[in-house]
Design a protein around this ligand. Structure first.
Ligand code: SF4
Ligand code: SF4
Length: 335
């Protein structure tokens, strides 16, 4: 008997789709196993952060990629890695974010990667600087079915933009947003839903109203103001005039639970197949990978000793393995 379908709504885009009951059952089981602190969960993650590439053409001052900090070797995810991921996790993933440490559109297979995820009824989002010419094909973008395009813009004026998106071209970004909006309209499609994102700094605080207007005029669907996700001390060093209170109102809500949902409900997979428990700093370095999906089955990694050690942090245990210790000293814990 075929799996019954249930209506599921993505809270950010509002897009509804019919998901197989088995996906929803798995998500409920994963949340329950998180609550029970199961060290070897039977369920699988339903949120995935997949990094098509960790390379980027910009040099944003707070980004390790932009600053060339040493980390995982640079590269592009191959389609056979995507096939492996989807064979193992396509039947449980509900939402996938197709970006992490780089500019996803630099991967020439990005449109095919998105389409592959969509074949498994997965809601897809990609965060981009959109400051490029050749890599953007608006027709392909609409065809592949990307649900959510998040454009890091951070300014209403070119001079302000340049302060953080170093190496980017503000006018080109706006032109590209227009192209996507026009193509979407011509094709009668609602996808991709477009969010223009604004990381709040002292240098751009005054441009918020102007930014709202700009986004509206361009035809974007939503604006998102957000504090940068970096330690306050680091921000202070880079921007002497910062007062954290000024941007506090844009900060993400602090996680209520100490127990980190990522270890039961989500996973981050780098371009080379490296599996990390989440998309935070731990995934920037390959030496902290919990396993590799190109050479191991996901279930083997998910129930491995290292994953169990990381989950046992929430039972008050101090892990021995340096990779699991990342979770022990982590301040995000599910944020
Ligand atoms: S655009 Fe994104 S990936 Fe590129 S340097 Fe800036 S923050 Fe980093
Ligand atoms: S505890 Fe921190 S490092 Fe570990 S999975 Fe959660 S957010 Fe990631």
């Amino acid at each position: 008997m075929p799996d019954p379908l249930l209506l599921w709504r993505n809270p950010q885009t509002g897009f509804r789709r019919r998901l197989p009951l088995s996906k929803i059952r798995n998500a409920i089981a994963a949340k329950a196993e998180q609550k029970l602190n199961r060290l070897k969960p039977k369920s699988s993650p339903f949120i995935a952060v997949i990094d098509p590439t960790n390379a980027c053409q910009l040099h944003c001052p707070l980004c390790p990629t932009g600053q060339g900090s040493e980390g995982r070797k640079k590269g592009m995810m191959k389609l056979d890695t995507v096939d492996r991921i989807l064979k193992e996790l396509g039947h449980t993933i509900i939402d996938a974010e197709l970006d992490n440490w780089g500019e996803p559109f630099l991967n020439p297979d990005l449109y095919a990667i998105i389409a592959a995820f969509k074949n498994y009824k997965i809601h897809t989002a990609a965060s981009t600087n959109l400051s490029f010419k050749e890599q953007l094909d608006p027709q392909e973008l609409v065809n592949c079915g990307l649900d959510h395009l998040i454009v890091s813009t951070d300014a209403a004026r070119p001079k302000t933009y340049q302060k953080y998106r170093v190496g980017g071209d503000f006018e080109l970004v706006l032109e590209n947003i227009k192209k996507v909006v026009e193509t979407r309209k011509k094709r009668g499609s609602l996808r991709p839903f477009i969010t223009m994102k604004f990381l709040v700094f002292p240098h751009n605080l005054a441009e918020q109203d102007e930014f709202n207007k700009l986004a509206h005029d361009l035809g974007a669907d939503r604006v998102q103001f957000q504090a940068p996700y970096f330690p306050e001390k680091m921000i202070e060093r880079l921007y002497q005039k910062i007062t954290p209170e000024q941007i506090e109102k844009f900060a993400r809500p602090k996680p209520k639970r100490r127990n980190c949902h990522w270890l039961w409900t989500g996973v981050a997979i780098s371009w080379d197949g490296g599996v990390s428990p989440c998309c935070f700093g731990i995934s920037y370095h390959s030496q902290f990978d919990f396993g590799n999906i190109c050479s191991q089955s996901f279930r083997e990694i998910w129930t491995s000793d290292i994953y169990q050690q990381a989950r046992s942090v929430f039972l008050g245990k101090e892990p021995k393995d340096s990779r699991a210790r990342f979770c022990f000293s982590c301040t995000h814990r599910g944020g």
